[in-house]
Design a protein around this ligand. Structure first.
Ligand code: SF4
Length: 338
């Protein structure tokens, strides 16, 4: 059994002090002090001996569990609002149905009732080898190798991977947030900062043990959704092995603004294919100023999947992703608000 200290923080300042007092290490290391909210991923990682924090700081008492009006006509999702409360919030369902659909496509009702919005962003990959401490894994133990490269890699990345790691980010919520250009608010010992969603998660490169750009002494306080919610033409399409309680093999979050049969604004983000939600502005630009046609959708998929490669078991994902993109765009273009 591994021992660790446990404390509860009543304010963000107290939580940051708790981190500082316990001597946090760099992000991704096994010995660092950790914040705990829902614990739906952290406790699994501790039970599997993948993470061995010396201290847990319970942040559930912090006043970050509200959904309120955000800057510039948007909506601010508190970091401690549960995924379930976010998905079923009237304002989210009416103005950001893409967010609601993406959340409800993930996990199980029990997990969504516990998981926090901030924690969803920080969950770790579901690569089998990351959770198996008997195998080499650069993300778990930097420099040890990557068992997935030559192992069973059916669920692994086809875009943005490196020779050091081919893991994917598992979140559905994050794919919708990427498509919406959400902004993540964080606070740390050096003050507050706003991080565009595209910059929150990293590609693995030669440091796959670092998942995000957050410093170890920073805490997520909120996620800001911009005014444009694409509530009229949107879809979240998820291809997976089972119809519930399964991570995406490939998913697509699409938001379109269409006026008089012409696309004015387009967003397309892919999940299940890379170490972070995958977007390409060049692909989205192909749609703008044109009618939404099957030919354009196919061209968008070609650009999004430029450079895609498989590692054996996951080769099928390239064609699957192409089909998911085309169908998601078609569904979004045809969708009318219900
Ligand atoms: Fe570890 Fe990444 Fe390789 Fe999986 S893909 S074994 S997480 S290094």
């Amino acid at each position: 059994m591994r021992s660790f200290s446990y404390s509860r923080a009543d304010s963000v300042d107290q939580a940051l002090l708790g981190i500082a007092a316990n001597g946090h290490g760099p992000a991704g290391t096994a010995a660092a002090v950790r914040f705990i909210a829902g614990g739906t991923n952290l406790l699994d990682l501790m039970k599997a001996d993948v993470l061995r924090p010396s201290a847990l700081v319970d942040i559930n008492p912090l006043p970050l569990a509200r959904i309120e009006d955000g800057p510039d006509g948007g909506l601010r999702l508190g970091a401690l609002v549960t995924n379930a409360d976010t998905a079923y919030d009237d304002r989210v369902q009416a103005r950001y149905p893409l967010v609601s659909r993406a959340i409800l496509a993930g996990a199980s009702p029990q997990l969504r009732n516990m998981a926090s919005n901030g924690g969803n962003l920080l969950q770790r990959t579901r690569c089998y080898y990351f959770y198996d401490t008997a195998t080499p894994c650069n993300k778990r133990t930097p420099g040890s190798g990557c068992a997935a490269l030559t192992g069973v890699n059916r669920i692994h990345a086809i875009l943005g991977a490196s020779e050091h790691c081919i893991a994917v980010h598992p979140s559905d919520f994050c794919v919708a947030l990427a498509a919406l250009d959400a902004v993540v608010q964080v606070r740390g010992s050096d003050g507050e900062r706003s991080i565009p969603f595209a910059d929150v998660h990293r590609l693995p490169g030669d440091t796959p043990h670092i998942d995000t750009c957050l410093n170890a002494d920073e805490i997520i306080t909120a996620i800001d959704l911009p005014r444009q919610g694409f509530a009229r033409h949107f879809t979240y399409l998820k291809a997976r092995d089972r119809t519930s309680y399964a991570f995406a093999l490939v998913s697509a979050a699409v938001g379109l603004e269409i006026e008089a049969g012409t696309v004015r604004t387009a967003r397309v983000a892919l999940g299940g294919v890379a170490h972070k939600p995958w977007r390409d502005p060049a692909a989205e630009a192909l749609l703008v100023g044109k009618p939404p046609t099957a030919e354009t959708f196919a061209a968008v998929a070609d650009v999004l999947l430029q450079g895609a490669r498989g590692y054996g078991h996951n080769d099928f994902k390239i064609e699957l992703a192409r089909r998911v993109v085309v169908r998601a765009l078609r569904d979004a273009a045809e969708r009318e608000p219900s």
